[in-house]
Design a protein around this ligand. Structure first.
Ligand code: NAI
Ligand code: MG
Length: 349
């Protein structure tokens, strides 16, 4: 079996950790008897500086035929990242209907969480973030900004179709895990959009009577991430809430550099895209000190999505072996390089 993978390193540490992820992918492919063929695309903020756009006009068409996309992160300090036209990530996620953003949070062996009394059993849940609509549809305008009457509006969009499909994914995932789903919402103040969100999810929940369904407001959920993460199994939440909570999830795992994720189109009508939860970390780029584990974990999530579940589990176990004994990178108070961690994971495989 041959998998065609589009590779987009992006900017900053993406150039270092994506190749690290591919090294691990090659090792596991040899072990499990499949092949990975890659094609690289030099897109992102660096590309923008040369070409005036984050990816070519026909970039999506170029990606369309691949089995999956392995992505690092885009963004450079000298490039304004507020202009939507520049946004590679947003275009791929929405155009390819990657409506599930799958973000597992778990404590790897040997890693000290900043929640000092919490164990591997306590920190083990998945954030399912709605990835195509909600607060991030970029639907708004700024009016008369330089006058005393200046104002701005930004309208979220939630559709029944959009909420139902991500809810079904999350409930099915909960059925395979500890059968508990928490809808993280803020419908007590966003009384139109998130009331609708809650209503649709509540309806979907009746089709999964074996899953314990509950609702939690995001303010309480933020505190619970820190005080009692053990109450979570599958979290289902909106685009913006999920974005914010997943960095908090990365933090309680011990480092943002550990978090992997998938932007998934469950129907496989389009390629899905796998990337670490963090950004391009320009502050540490080019030094071979970035933690590659979030990217390597993203490779595992990619292989799982492609049907190579055994290989995926093997990578996760290999990561655990490395975190248990070291070496570790600087973000985890170690002194190992990106290359050393990558080689250690390959060796563990
Ligand atoms: P960031 O996630 O890049 O960095 C936050 C902090 O975490 C930094 O101190 C960084 O050094 C550290 N860090 C992140 N990943 C690490 C790793 N693998 N190993 C060790 N330390 C790591 O977030 P920031 O600084 O807000 O954004 C930097 C750029 O990345 C911006 O241009 C932003 O727009 C972009 N960005 C891109 C994303 C994407 O392409 N999906 C997601 C988030 C941010
Ligand atoms: Mg984010």
């Amino acid at each position: 079996k041959i998998y065609q993978i589009a590779v987009v390193n992006g900017d900053g540490i993406g150039e270092e950790i994506v190749p690290a992820g591919l090294k691990v992918a090659e090792k596991v492919a040899a072990k499990y008897n499949f092949n990975i063929e890659t094609s690289s695309f030099p897109w992102g903020a660096g590309y923008y500086l040369k070409e005036g756009e984050f990816m070519p006009e026909n970039g999506l068409e170029q990606l369309r035929g691949f089995d999956a996309i392995l992505f690092g992160a885009v963004g450079l300090p000298e490039v304004d990242d507020t202009l939507p036209a520049k946004d590679y990530t947003f275009r791929v996620r929405t155009s390819f209907e990657q409506y599930v953003n799958y973000r597992p949070v778990k404590l790897f062996p040997g890693i000290q969480s900043p929640l000092r009394d919490k164990t591997e059993q306590d920190i083990d849940f998945v954030i399912i973030r709605e990835n195509n609509e909600g607060e991030f549809v970029q639907n708004g305008k700024i009016m008369y900004p330089d006058t005393p009457n200046g104002m701005a509006i930004e309208t979220s969009i939630f559709t029944r179709h959009g909420v139902e499909r991500v809810a079904h994914f999350a409930f099915k995932l909960a059925q395979k895990r500890r059968k508990r789903l928490t809808n993280v919402t803020k419908s007590n103040t966003l009384i139109h959009s998130l009331l609708f969100w809650d209503t649709v999810i509540q309806e979907v929940s009746t089709q999964y009577p074996d899953v314990e369904y509950n609702k939690m407001y995001v303010d309480n959920a933020s505190a619970s991430f820190v005080l009692k993460p053990e109450v979570f199994d599958v979290i289902l939440t909106t685009n913006m809430i999920g974005d914010i909570l997943s960095d908090l999830g990365g933090a309680i795992m011990g480092s943002l550099g550990l978090g992997g994720s998938g932007n998934i189109n469950p129907e496989k009508d389009y390629p899905s895209m796998f990337e670490p939860i963090h950004g391009s970390a320009p502050d540490i780029a080019g030094k071979n000190i970035a933690n590659p584990i979030g990217q390597i974990w993203s490779v595992a999530l990619m292989l799982d999505h492609l049907g190579e579940s055994e290989a995926a589990r093997d990578i996760e176990n290999a990561i655990g072996k490395v975190t248990a004994k070291g070496p570790l990178t600087k973000d985890l108070k170690g002194s190992a390089t990106t290359t050393e961690i990558t080689d250690a994971v390959v060796k563990a495989l």
